[in-house]
Design a protein. Structure first.
Length: 415
């Protein structure tokens, strides 16, 4: 059972790349700094813990097994970053109370002390035989190296246990965004899996202390658990951002597609199609379609019949439609009627004959007073998506239109 160390490295690198712009832009935010530190140390752990990198480090420095305290130090720094992340989470993005600063200093001091102790113990230990993959069990009974191995595993286990418990508790709180909740669940699963790494290592080392051989836990289970855990943690950071991004893109594309029926209808009013550019972003395409529709609706304002809209609304309610749907159906009927009225007016034979004599000022004023007022387009301009969607139901529109235009006597007789 073996999982390449480069798999979690790639996933962690992707998470770091996603978060990096926000981290650099809002560097003063302690939460983002903690996330950035966590991802950097996690990537470093898997880069330097890879067997080939361990052999390279030992060879370049000329010191057998010096990669061990270096990897242990990185893992200890990673453990500290988990706790710092929890401290930043629990105290919010901007709150920097005395308790928060005290907790931060305590974590940094303790884990920095652990790193110093790791290097001191390594300097005191006698580890001449290079071990690439099973150093922990090979030197489990060696003075000072034994204490070093136990120290880094205990520091890792404590940090992982605290972080896992707090993340799981947070994931069950009310009011969380769905994507954030899933991200926390992946993080919690990652930290729980990290405990399997520690348990496998400690069990294998303890077996050596008692004269038994469970080295396979150290060389097979522990590395694989670490890779799975790191991948889950990286996914936990990616899911909220990627999920929200994809959800927003889907919402924009769905809205753009839902406006297609109304956009197609408005082409007859605007005398052409909406602007189109293959290089335009989905947001820009949506804005252009909405602007195209609203501009065309304003051109139809003088052809809209508010009386027809009121009759259509009553007809839709009488046909059993819910009031919100009835309002949208009435708007669609009014809109279709306005488009037809405009088309009839634009035809040559539909133009009114010119008067034989110039109109007097008095008659012109009377004509202007008798001209129909501009209809209220507020609902149409605001609810273009609802109107566009209802245009996909021509049978319902036709039924409402027929009832709205039917004489009152025939309706009462029918009823």
């Amino acid at each position: 059972m073996y999982i390449s160390f480069w798999l979690p490295t790639v996933v962690l690198g992707a998470a770091l790349a996603i978060k990096l712009p926000s981290i650099l832009k809002l560097w003063r935010d302690p939460l983002l700094r903690a996330v950035g530190g966590l991802l950097v140390f996690a990537c470093a752990v898997f880069v330097f813990a890879a067997p080939k990198t361990i052999a390279w480090t030992n060879r370049v420095t000329g010191v057998p097994n010096i990669a061990a305290p270096w990897v242990y130090s990185l893992l200890t720094a990673l453990s500290a970053s988990w706790l710092l992340l929890i401290i930043a989470w629990r105290n919010g993005r901007t709150e920097r109370s005395a308790q928060t600063r005290r907790a931060t200093r305590w974590v940094v001091s303790v884990y920095a002390g652990v790193v110093v102790a790791l290097w001191v113990l390594f300097a005191l230990a006698d580890v001449p035989v290079e071990q690439i993959q099973d150093l922990d069990t090979y030197y489990a009974n060696t003075p000072f190296m034994r204490e070093e191995i136990l120290l880094y595993l205990l520091a890792h286990t404590v940090a992982c246990s605290v972080t896992a418990r707090l993340v799981w508790n947070w994931s069950r709180t009310d009011g969380l965004d769905a994507w954030l909740r899933w991200g926390l669940r992946f993080l919690g699963a990652g930290y729980v899996t990290n405990l399997l790494f520690s348990a496998a290592k400690l069990t294998a080392v303890a077996a050596r202390w008692t004269g038994h051989d469970l080295d396979w836990l150290n060389t097979s289970i522990a590395p694989s658990a670490a890779c799975v855990a790191a991948t889950l943690v990286a996914i936990g950071f990616i899911v909220p951002h990627a999920g929200q991004y994809l959800q927003e893109r889907w919402r924009i594309r769905r809205r753009h597609r839902s406006l297609k029926p109304l956009s197609r209808l408005m082409r007859t009013v605007a005398g052409g199609r909406e602007p189109f550019d293959l290089r335009a972003t989905p947001e820009l395409r949506l804005i252009r379609r909405e602007t195209f529709i609203r501009d065309a609706l304003l051109q139809l304002a003088r052809h809209l019949d508010d009386d027809l809209r009121a009759r259509s609304y009553e007809a839709a309610v009488a046909l059993g439609f819910e009031r919100g749907v009835a309002q949208t159906l009435a708007a669609a009927v009014t809109l279709l009627d306005a488009v037809e009225a405009r088309e009839q007016q634009s035809r040559p034979h539909a133009q009114p004959p010119a008067p034989e004599h110039p109109a007097s000022p008095a008659s012109a004023a009377a004509a202007s007073l008798s001209s129909p007022p501009r209809a209220d387009t507020t609902y149409l301009l605001r609810e273009i998506q609802a109107v566009s969607l209802v245009l996909r139901q021509p049978d319902d529109i036709q039924a409402v239109r027929a009832r709205a235009n039917a004489p009152a006597e025939s309706l009462s007789t029918h009823e």
